[in-house]
Design a protein around this ligand. Structure first.
Ligand code: ASP
Length: 399
């Protein structure tokens, strides 16, 4: 069989398996492939701003009525918050049951960590509106880009005939960006190979073994969340089998796993959600970029597990009240987490501070954070796609 006939997802899967084998067998000798992985990530990042902006303008213009936009927005945000809160609860349950930090020898001389300031509501709301749309684009400020694109799309509809060429222009740009995404995907098998090989080569069994229980808790939590919450939502609201959904999103899931970035994976999440799950551009172009920025179920779950892990490692007990406040702060922290590798670790300091745990506890997790980041990023984007699919179904789309 010629290489062309192998479906892309299989090529990516083969890259993934070979990457693990190469990393495990060759160790440091494989690290020269790192630039291949970097190039893949950079190419994906290159797509984000023009892809999101153009498809969102077209999406907003096709919704047209701001009231419809408001309804879709409310459904999306409610589902995002709900699934995040459930994810942390699962994380806390597993942290209580598996007790990953009990008997942990705390490494002395932990590095100093400073918790970022908790976001205050006023500046979060003010920060949504760009004073300069071009700057928002240059800085890749996703929320500001979303807000401006929505305004532009709706205004173009109000502008009537004169607004049409603008919408057509962005329609053409969006189509071209989808094509370009397809082209970048062609190198995905090599990118995935390089990224996973380098990660595996860095983490030997000796690094991971002392943390086996935390890793187990986070991975088990992620699997439970996907099987229970996402499968449940898809069965109830979309009336389709969870396998249909998971098959549809697997390219993006694997890419998120190796890139550890929801933002970089976004072009593939959009492509999979539209092409495989049949969600319209109108819904997916709004729900997915928003999700890649604010919806982080995997991160929230991880923060729940890690807060308990740190408490147990330091021999501190967390009562019911403290655990409830973890649900609240971890929801906020996950919203504020950027979709880039390792961002969740920084926001963990916020959660630890909120319940009075030593911030230095972050140092305990830091060494293995990349391994946890893979699972949580994967869940983060699967969650975005699940909500987009559910919203589309409830908007009457035929999936
Ligand atoms: N890497 C995660 C993401 O991009 C964020 C995190 O570090 O939790 O979704």
């Amino acid at each position: 069989m010629s290489e062309k006939k192998i479906p892309l997802i299989w090529q990516i899967g083969i890259g993934f398996v070979l990457g693990i084998a190469a990393g495990a067998m060759l160790g440091e000798k494989i690290q020269w492939v790192e630039p291949v992985g970097r190039i893949f990530i950079v190419l994906l990042q290159m797509l984000i701003v023009p892809l999101v902006f153009s498809s969102l303008v077209v999406g907003a213009a096709s919704i047209g009525d701001p009231r419809d936009l408001g309804r879709i927005g409310i459904k999306t945000v409610v589902l995002y918050l709900l699934t995040t809160a459930i994810a942390i609860t699962i994380g806390l349950l597993l942290g209580n049951v598996l007790q990953p930090g009990v008997g942990m020898a705390i490494g002395g001389g932990a590095a100093e960590f400073k918790a970022p300031a908790a976001p205050d509501i006023k500046s979060v709301i003010l920060g949504l509106f760009p004073s300069n749309a071009l700057r928002a684009a240059v800085e890749g400020n996703m929320l500001q880009i979303i807000v401006f694109a929505l305004f532009l799309g709706v205004a173009a509809v109000f502008a009537g005939e004169k607004g049409k060429p603008l919408v057509n222009f962005f329609d053409s740009l969006a189509e071209t960006m989808y094509k370009l995404t397809g082209m970048v995907m062609k190198i995905a098998p090599y990118g995935v190979f390089a990224l996973i090989a380098v990660t595996v080569s860095k983490y030997g069994v000796s690094v991971l073994a002392p943390f086996a229980k935390v890793i187990l808790a986070v991975y088990a939590g992620c699997i439970i969340h996907v099987l229970l919450v996402y499968s449940g939502l898809i069965s109830i609201f979309v009336r389709k089998s969870p396998f249909w959904f998971l098959r549809g999103i697997r390219e993006a899931a694997l890419t998120a796993f190796v890139t550890r970035s929801s933002a970089a994976t976004l072009p593939i999440t959009m492509r999979n959600t539209q092409e495989n799950l049949g969600v319209s551009e109108k819904v997916s172009s709004f729900v997915l970029p928003l999700g890649a920025t604010i919806n982080m179920d995997g991160t929230a779950l991880y923060q729940g597990v890690c807060a308990l892990f740190v408490a147990q490692a330091y021999g501190l007990s967390l009562g019911m009240g403290a655990q409830l406040s973890i649900i609240l702060t971890a929801t906020l922290a996950s919203i504020g987490t950027a979709g880039v590798p390792g961002a969740g670790l920084i926001m963990l300091t916020l959660v630890l501070t909120a319940v009075g745990l030593p911030v230095e506890g972050v140092a305990l997790v830091a060494g293995i954070d990349a391994v946890l980041d893979m699972a949580r990023t994967c869940v983060n984007i699967v969650g975005d796609s699940c909500v987009a699919t559910v919203v589309a179904a409830t908007e009457g789309e035929k999936l």
